[in-house]
Design a protein around this ligand. Structure first.
Ligand code: GCU
Length: 452
């Protein structure tokens, strides 16, 4: 039994300790108890997602500072040696699934370099990583921009992109991906092959010149190099290529899903970045938006080489508290994206309270490294308040290190960035990664990495 506790004396309606009887009434009275005993869902029973704060059920979060056997975590040592590995393992077994280690034969080659890119402002490098070691195996292409003026190794933002490296900037020097990409409404992709008209289509999400001007590099990889994002996409990606059974592989409930494959790819990108002499290996900042924000959080949790982690509107299965059942829920994820999480996660459809972890613990796995959660006011599907509360609750682990987390107790007004070692903002507008979001992330990175 996982220990549950109300956090930190900050009693809130949504975060209370429940007596057995309260648990009964929370499940919808005795009838709810009967339903839950025969295995039927009992939580939020309205149809469709809930966007009404008043309908968020009372819930109790698992306590990051109590081990599974009840041992309280009062020191960094107990956190690092017992509780942290335990939480990591729970996320692996129940949420994202287990990934393999780095294939021993993996290697890479720099396939292109322009030291006079973007009108002389940047160095552009493209690196192909042969993930399995053989040229018949999966290949991941990393695009790297560095400030041209740099005289010493630079901190670098690393993020996966949705549609191919050539979409992040109109720079005609970027190679167009030859991998499967989703068709788009604008017709820039024809039969899942990118055309040159897709150059720069995602440029508004990647303010490359601004990042360079602030003293950082940018590294990006197309997520589809690891696994194309559709239910059968694994057959074209690393989850098949690294299995002896190939496309006949039958996944055990705790084996990796697509998000874990994307996160694994981020660690493989880090393997390369550590060897690039123009990159500061202690200054690699992970950033991800939405589903790729979920992947960034999981990669940052697993791999302590990442110096700072940013999850932009990562929502359910990312930074948002699952137990609030606000906006998207586990059942929505599993129905619409059955390939994202491990098989066991499907057990938690409409059973959020049974999941042995919640997202505040995922964020806490970054400790003591800085972490930032970004929301948007119209992005209720991703539950901004649930993202804020998770960031807030993760603070108890930072306190073990004498570090201040969010430093506020209420959600900040729209458009204001808060937090010390845990950052948070809610931007006005819809689900997106904008130049304004980037400014907050660059400021936060400046405070912790001091690139200049
Ligand atoms: C869908 C999905 C979200 C995800 C988002 C995205 O909306 O339901 O969980 O974060 O796509 O990746 O843009």
């Amino acid at each position: 039994m996982v220990p549950y506790l109300s956090m930190d004396g900050r009693q809130r309606r949504e975060n209370r300790f429940h007596s057995p009887w309260q648990r009964v009434s929370r499940r919808g009275g005795l009838w709810g108890l009967v339903l839950s005993m025969v295995g039927l869902p009992t939580a939020w029973s309205g149809t469709g997602p809930n966007y009404d704060e008043a309908k968020v059920p009372a819930y109790t979060l698992p306590d990051p500072l109590t081990c599974l056997d009840g041992t309280p975590v009062r020191t960094r040592r107990v956190w690092e040696q017992r509780r942290r590995p335990e939480i990591l393992w729970l996320f692996e077994e129940h949420v994202y699934g287990r990934a393999p280690t780095r294939p021993p034969g993996m290697w890479w080659e720099v396939i292109e370099e322009d030291r006079n890119a973007l009108g002389g402002r940047a160095v552009r490098r493209e690196v192909s990583v042969w993930l399995r070691g053989d040229r018949g195996g999966p290949r991941m292409d990393l695009l790297l921009y560095l400030p041209a003026a740099a005289t010493r190794p630079r901190p670098v933002f690393l993020g996966l992109n949705f549609m191919g490296n050539h979409t992040v900037h109109p720079d005609p020097g970027i190679r167009i991906t030859d991998h499967w990409v989703p068709n788009d409404r604008r017709g820039t992709v024809v039969e899942n092959r990118a055309t040159s008209s897709s150059r720069g289509v995602a440029a508004s999400n990647w303010p490359v010149e601004r990042i360079l001007a602030r003293g950082y590099g940018l590294a990006t990889v197309y997520c589809g190099d690891l696994e194309p994002d559709f239910p059968e996409g694994w057959k074209l990606g690393v989850r098949a290529a690294l299995s002896p059974a190939g496309t006949n592989h039958v996944f055990a409930p705790e084996e990796w899903g697509a998000i874990a494959a994307w996160a694994w790819g981020l660690s493989r990108a880090m393997d390369y970045l550590q060897t690039d002499r123009e990159v500061d290996p202690r200054g690699v900042v992970l950033i991800g938006h939405s589903r790729l924000g979920k992947a960034a959080l999981w990669a940052g949790a697993r791999d302590p080489r990442f110096a700072l982690v940013i999850a932009n509107e990562s929502g359910e299965g990312g930074a948002a508290l699952t137990r609030r059942r606000f906006g998207e829920r586990i059942a929505d994820l599993n129905r619409r994206f059955p390939h994202w999480f491990c098989g066991r996660y499907k057990q938690y459809d409409d059973r959020e309270d049974d999941l042995p972890v919640d997202s505040h613990e995922l964020i806490a796995l970054m400790a003591p490294r800085p972490v930032y959660v970004g929301s948007a006011s119209e992005d209720l599907w991703a539950d901004p308040r649930g993202e804020f509360l998770a960031a807030l609750e993760a603070g108890v682990v930072y306190r073990l290190y004498g570090r201040r987390g969010l430093d506020v107790s209420e959600m900040p007004p729209i458009g204001q960035s808060v937090g010390q070692w845990i950052g948070y903002h809610i931007r006005a507008g819809r689900h997106d990664l904008t130049a304004w979001d980037w400014e907050q992330y660059l400021d936060f990175a400046d405070r912790h990495l001091r690139p200049r």
